[in-house]
Write a protein that binds this ligand. Structure first.
Ligand code: F6P
Length: 358
């Protein structure tokens, strides 16, 4: 048995722990394990794989990032290429990718990725590859699972940052707007905002309006709270307006962000208070995984090998109802998991008086 491991899309704390567990569990069965370098893009190079050995994965559980490297532009079905006139376009090179797997005698692939990677995995499965997926993204937006690898660490990082911003905001009596990642879902904003006692949390699932936020700031002023902490998800939307998009590169998903500055300026104009904004950005993806992320990543990695051994292919290993389970990758492709409007966490925010901008 020979398996390959791929990490695709944005990195997340815990990837290395999952790689280590999958590698060690497979090697103990006498299988051969290789890692795909830098996402699927390396499949089109002379040296797509690196052998994964006990030495290669030693001591990596506590390391952030991915020892394999990753890429946001490595979709075999949409590979960017430059045309003769200098402009860029996309081409389907999936058949070449499949051939590389066959030529190297790969029996199964473990795909660690987010919603984009699961969509790719689903299409590769339709072309005959055998794949077991592991849900990875700090955004926690993969459909069909309670929690994804990397989310807990990102929330911890964001919470600590908001804690620090709170003391300076209070000293200067400022409005502090903190933009966090999460793409079209508000999981990071909601969980870190709640944990760090933010006053306002703006998530894509609940459109915001400035009158509501200003009312909250004025109420706080009356109570002698002369500072306000606002956590905004990068994908949050003002009622009646478009989402903030920073840019789009061919072959990559659109880059979100920019709401922080707009909100800070507008609130300053409306309230006369000083405001500052900050984007936490890729800090949320970096650093040592939390113990929770290490543990679920190790469990996901080992569970993927059990699924392959049982020939239960084309499944995503998930944490569902506090148990490791397997669900078809086809169920997950093309869907994302948003924060439920009737969920307990959102309701908790409302119950304790956090403004959601609506
Ligand atoms: O999906 C993870 C994520 O960090 C998102 O929260 C964010 O929108 C995106 O990736 C940023 O990607 P990049 O690394 O391409 O800037």
């Amino acid at each position: 048995m020979k398996i390959a491991i791929n990490t695709g899309g944005g990195d997340a704390p815990g990837l290395n722990a999952a790689i280590r567990a999958a590698t060690l569990a497979a090697l103990r069965k006498g299988w051969e394990v290789v890692g795909i370098k830098n996402g699927y893009g390396s499949l089109y190079t002379d040296s797509p794989f690196i052998p994964l050995t006990p030495e290669k994965v030693r001591g990596i559980t506590l390391q952030g990032g991915t020892i394999l490297g990753t890429a946001n532009r490595g979709n075999p079905f949409e590979m960017p290429y430059q045309k003769n006139d200098g402009s860029w376009d996309l081409e389907d090179r999936s058949d070449e990718a499949i051939k590389v797997f066959h030529d190297h005698g790969i029996d199964a692939l473990i795909a660690l990725g987010g919603d984009g990677s699961m969509k790719i995995a689903h299409k590769l499965i339709e072309k005959g590859l055998k794949i077991v997926g592991i849900p990875k993204t700090i955004d926690n937006d993969i459909w069909g699972c309670d929690i994804t690898l990397g989310f807990d660490s990102a929330v911890t990082t964001a919470t600590e940052a908001i804690d620090k911003l709170t003391t300076t905001a209070e000293s200067h009596q400022r409005i502090m707007v903190v933009e966090v990642m999460g793409r079209y879902a508000g999981w990071i904003a909601l969980h870190s905002g709640l944990s760090a006692s933010a006053d306002v949390i703006l998530i894509p699932e609940v459109e915001y309006n400035f009158d509501s936020i200003v009312k909250k700031i004025e109420e706080r002023e009356k109570r002698g709270r002369h500072y306000t902490i606002i956590v905004v998800a990068e994908g949050a939307i003002e009622k009646g307006e478009d989402r903030f998009i920073k840019g789009k590169v061919v072959g990559q998903a659109e880059q979100l962000g920019g709401a922080d500055e707009h909100i800070a300026k507008k609130l300053s104009d409306m309230t006369g208070k000083e405001s500052r904004s900050i984007v936490l950005g890729h800090l949320q993806r970096g650093g040592t995984p939390s113990s929770y992320d290490r543990l679920i990543s190790l469990r996901f990695g080992a569970a993927a090998i059990r699924a392959i051994e049982e020939n239960d292919m084309n499944k995503l290993i998930v944490m569902l109802d506090n148990k490791i389970q397997r669900i078809p990758i086809s169920d997950v492709a093309d869907k994302i998991k948003l924060v439920p409007l009737d969920g307990d966490t959102l309701q908790t925010a409302r119950d304790i008086g956090i403004n959601l901008g609506d």
